[in-house]
Ligand binder design. Structure first.
Ligand code: MIC
Ligand code: SF4
Length: 657
């Protein structure tokens, strides 16, 4: 059977009961791949963590008691919490560094750059699997990796040698033809995909890119596209590994990491969409969702108060050189503020060496350190009601740190053009596009990546816990029966930023769940924590695509701490549903979506015999004691996930094994 690229990557990493005969053998020709939706276990070759999720991931890894990671390569990055307005972030960095040194993990020091950008440059390898405690880990798909985001606990388990479990994805081919026109960029490609598929369109799927248009896209451009596949809700996104990939790895002095990876001829896909790159124009995602797409020309003239260039989506050397060329010998409009965060030390140093950094500074750009920064609300919050154009990947309401800011997601070209005019500007109106050439060799200096101590010296490293690090909540085994109160009812497309906000004030407490709990659902119900305390045991009711966005397991751990026992929705986003299971919270789905309308906050809900239903796979009926009604619920749990819930979460389950 001819295989597509995704199937090849999966086939090469299946473990457990779905393992297939080795590639190239006779048996493989007749072997069946698992069918979409079937639970599969994958071997994880590489892991990455960042500091906002990493502190918890390493606390969990510590709790597992595994002395050294069992992966081929694991890297701990410090890139999110770099605004150190108190001791908390620095303490967490020190804790992560000590864990990394002790347990066999490479440590990318603060200042070295954003995890996904640095991983692409220095560690990503075509054909390998990468699991990261960050939803934008699929950036690695730009190199032909099967790269997936997950909660910290899943990454901790993978570091300990455990497999990663997902439902076998469907595969959508995005067939690219033609070539991008001047001023049109990779960002516009993924915005077009988002326009067509929406923020729910990728759930349960890998988005595979192919067709003749692929050859014209550089690896950083491909990575922009796979990065923002996270906003489709996709399990991952992937490009072939071809001559372009080879040239990129060679320029990173890693030619030996290259292998060719292409889909088989006549490979089949569950869906195919065609995009003619030549026909694309500059696009923008309008407030407050990444799939709310309009052509930039329709927005032209709107005042641009702020412009930010950077984030793991658009902070490569190529992006920065484009911005510098547009801004060269010009001045940022007096009504606008422009901030720029190059994605890595490599990018920033090369910009400095070739003079482009001087052009940016001279134009009035505010240069930020190589980190996530404004993307996660770590500084640079816009003014009240301000319009902010950002080359980032998420424009969820309030994420910038300003509740009423209007954030638009755009390409570096549109961003730089608009910074000059102070107005939303279609870059095509600027005349001839500057030509950018990428260097044949990048500047290689891994001096900010600290290797772990040798295995024989593990005992010499002490783990350094700061006072901000508090124990994390543990769930209990699922009880026979359960009664709880509906503590909150929310609508469709609730993001993990709604559930557990980030930003400069809250992010420093990612290792302090009791403190974080005050902010849970703050945007939806400022008294949520109070209501949970009154209820004792709570249930959250949600609409479709509940939990989209970030991979932060805090969006499950904090509700767990507050006594939430179940979340009942119309549908879930993948990573969040998995995080709920790992935390021991039941992720349930209305069998009839219309029942959503019948429940109100405060209703008393009764789950008779819930443990037995989960054990035996029988139908779950929930009684609404307040209204005297009953509703049928379903779930999409694999047998393993049911075991995890029965045991009281993944940590308890892993310990029981
Ligand atoms: C994000 O972009 O929302 C984050 C911050 O990178 C998160 C991870 C986190 O919450 O720490 C993500 O995308 O997974
Ligand atoms: Fe950092 Fe933003 Fe990327 Fe998340 S999306 S990893 S906060 S740059």
């Amino acid at each position: 059977m001819p295989l597509n690229l995704t199937q090849k990557l999966i086939q090469a990493h299946l473990v457990g009961e779905n393992t297939l005969p080795a590639p190239g053998t006779d048996e493989i020709a007749n072997a069946m791949l698992p069918s979409p939706g079937q639970s599969i276990a994958l071997r994880v070759d590489q892991t990455l963590t960042q500091d906002a999720t990493g502190t918890m991931a390493y606390l969990e890894f510590e709790a597992m008691g595994v002395p050294r990671v069992k992966t081929e390569r694991s890297v701990a990055y410090i890139d999110h919490n770099t605004l150190q307005s108190g001791y908390e972030n620095a303490d967490d960095h020190r804790f992560i560094r000590s864990c990394a040194r002790k347990h066999g993990i490479f440590f990318s020091r603060p200042g070295n750059g954003i995890c996904h950008q640095v991983h692409l440059e220095r560690f990503g390898v075509p054909g390998k699997t990468l699991l990261g405690s960050d939803s934008h880990t699929p950036t690695g798909g730009g190199l032909g990796m099967l790269a997936m985001g997950a909660g910290g606990l899943d990454v901790a388990v993978a570091m300990g040698g455990g497999a990663y479990h997902i439902p076998m994805p469907k595969v959508t081919l995005v067939r690219l033809t033609g070539a991008l026109q001047p001023w049109v960029s990779a960002k516009d490609v993924i915005l077009e995909v988002l326009r067509r598929l929406t923020v729910k369109g990728g759930v349960g799927r890998v988005i595979e890119y192919g067709g003749p248009g692929v050859a014209g896209l550089s690896v950083p451009e491909r990575a922009t596209i796979t990065n923002m596949g996270a906003e489709l809700g996709a399990t991952s996104s992937v490009f072939p590994s071809d001559e372009v990939t080879k040239a990129f790895l060679k320029a990173q002095d890693r030619a030996e990491d290259w292998i060719e990876l292409l889909p088989d001829e006549n490979a089949e896909y569950d869906a195919v969409i065609e995009i003619d790159l030549s026909a694309l124009e500059p696009l923008a995602a309008c407030p407050h969702m990444p799939d709310n797409i309009k052509p930039v020309r329709e927005l032209a003239g709107i005042k641009a108060d702020q412009v930010c260039i950077g984030s793991c989506t658009n902070s490569s050397l190529q992006d920065m050189l484009k911005a510098a060329a547009i801004l060269k010998n010009k001045t940022v409009h007096p009504g606008a503020s422009l901030s720029i965060a190059p994605g890595s030390k490599q990018v920033l140093t090369m910009l400095a060496q070739n003079g482009a950094l001087a052009d940016l500074i001279a134009a009035g750009a505010r240069i930020l350190e190589s980190a996530c920064g404004p993307c996660i609300g770590m500084g640079q919050s816009p003014g009240s009601g301000a319009v902010s154009l950002r080359t980032f990947n998420r424009n969820f309401e309030g994420r910038s740190g300003t509740a009423d800011a209007l954030v638009y997601l755009v390409s570096p070209e549109t961003a730089a053009a608009s910074a000059l005019t102070g107005l939303f500007t279609d870059p095509r109106t600027l005349g001839e596009a500057p030509a950018i050439t990428l260097p044949e060799r990048f500047l290689i200096d891994d001096n900010m990546i600290e290797p772990p101590v040798p295995g024989s010296e593990t005992d010499t490293v002490e783990i350094e816990y700061g006072p901000n690090i508090k124990p994390f909540p543990r769930s209990e085994p699922l009880p026979t029966d359960l009664t709880a109160r509906a503590v909150l009812k929310v609508g469709d497309n609730i993001t993990t930023d709604h559930i557990m906000p980030a930003g400069a004030k809250i992010l420093p407490y990612r290792s302090n769940i009791p403190h974080l709990s005050q902010y849970c659902f703050a945007q939806c119900d400022p008294d949520f924590a109070q209501h949970c305390k009154q209820a004792g045991r709570g249930v959250v009711i949600g609409g479709a695509n509940y939990g989209q966005g970030s991979s932060r397991e805090h969006a499950a751990l904090v509700p767990l701490f507050l006594g939430v026992k179940a979340v009942i929705v119309k549908s879930f986003a993948r990573i969040h549903a998995a995080n709920l299971v790992n935390a021991g919270i039941l992720p349930l789905i209305f069998a009839d979506a219309a029942d959503y309308d019948h429940i109100e906050t405060g209703d008393a809900l009764d789950f008779q015999g819930i443990r037995g239903h989960l054990e035996n796979g029988t139908v779950i009926i929930m009684k609404n004691l307040t209204r005297g009604e009953s509703y049928m619920l379903r779930h999409e749990l694999s047998p393993r996930q049911r075991e995890i819930l029965l045991a009281g979460g993944l940590l308890a389950y892993t310990k029981n094994l």
